[in-house]
Design a protein around this ligand. Sequence first.
Ligand code: ADP
Length: 576
Amino acid sequence: MKKGLPVADRKTVWRETADLTRREKKVVAAAIALHVVAAVAGLGGPFLIGRIVDAVSKGAGASDVDKMALAVGACVLVQVLVSRQAQYLGHRFGERANARLREDFVARTLALPVSAVERAGTGDLATRSSVDVATVGNTVRTVVPTLLISAIQLLLIFGAVIVMDPPLGLVALAGVPTTAAVARWYLRRASPAYLMEGETASELTEALTTTAEGGRTVEALRLADERVAHGTEKIGRQWQARRRTLALRSVFFPIVEAGYALPAAAMLLAGGFFMRHGLSLGVVVSATLYVQQAIDPLDRVMIWLEQAQRGLASFARVLGVGMVPPEPRGEVPASNQRELIVRGARFAYGDGHDVLHGIDLAVRPGERLAIVGPSGAGKSTLARLLAGIDAPREGVVTLGGLAVTKIDPAERRRRIALVTQEHHVFMGSLRDNLAFAAPGATDDDMLDALVAVGADWYGDLPDGLDTELGDGVRTLGPADAQQLALARLVLADPHTLILDEATAALDPTTARRTERALAAVLEGRTVIAIAHRLNTAHDADRVAVLEGGRVSELGSHDDLVRAGGAYASLWRSWHG
Ligand code: ADP
């Protein structure tokens, strides 16, 4: 069972929410002020209608009524115009906050240590960055402004009834405790229920993506039934979680609906009673209209509170991404320290058995070391240890006397580069694609790097370094993509390169082109090459033969051939 990424607690969520609001203090304050003005204007209508009723029942003339009717119209106009402006400000706050959230999320995601994502599963991160980020975005863009407006309107409406006639005000508020109790009941349960819904959605995505990604393996090992069962189980969990939230909603909303109808009836009833004790008809009309007017914002609060709950749950998951402790900042070895030493290194994947059984190896600065051996011997694993991606279970790998895994990650990558067959071309310009290897590189540096690796396709690009690359825009062929990767290496300028079958998957013509480019890159650096083709071993200063997780032979090509061991027979069979 994979352990998902962390989820922020309630306190953190509120703190971040407050922080987000504080950063847009002025806009929020202006929006609130305008909403208050609009809501006060909204109160004018019912109030004046009550006055009209009273005036008419006292036998007032038509001109007085006309004036008051005009005033009703003016109130409506003011309300419309001011609330439009207020909504504009509210949404502006929402959009800005949303943009900031997304930027923060990208930053948090990029800062995640790779190991944390591997542990949690990419599905979890994928769900958080799609579903949860969208939910939070929707919440700050629409839910928060709407809730804000509604809350202001409700406060003023009930306030107005109380001011007009306190006893009637109490009647108007009679429904509030029930509604509040139900809302409390609902909100208490809704938050964990929606968190569960999000979690099961992550698990489902994770289950489906791993099955899809491992499609070939699933077919080859006939795991289809097992994977289908796994997926079905996850769908079941999601179904249950959704049923739970649906059940909550189906209790909550009917009660709330009823809560709207009753107050108006109660107002008329109580109003009739109070009128016998001297209350004017106009006040009863106004108060009843107010209570009717409250339904709309009340309804919105109820609907959007639910959305806000979802938003908070999603926000907790979005913030959780930032709670993974960053890779520790490590030590920095002196730049002239280049000696890479492996001592007594043992390594096992997870809780499995050891795949490296005590490796001792000293790589001299500037030397070319080839590592050969049968498939599964542990060559790639050794490469990962040398690059500091994994730490040995026992023993140590040191660069200039410091354990490589303790070296500051950025610094380590600047010194030791692991070159594999994976070469990603990022969406963006050629310049962007080169710049992240060396942020300070000038255009000339970039052009020099492209020339060094023989990337002659550069001349065909319509906009030079500004040409947009990436799938669907301008797809680079495998050899070109590899040259791009090599140009990045030239720019990054590490003193040690570990080549893990960098050219193994390419067709021979492409491989030759790439090898020529590679030769330019290797110049003057320490090179550890995991060799598929033995001519790489032949050209190396020394060859290490890895068999069953142990170094069985170590020496120059000539020495090993003369010694007549495993390498010699490999060489003979390969050489024909
Ligand atoms: P080579 O590069 O020489 O082919 P590897 O270093 O890839 O060998 O693999 C050495 C051993 O470790 C093999 O038995 C392989 O099955 C195992 N292994 C490699 N990668 C993993 C992994 N990610 N998880 C578990 N076992 C692994």
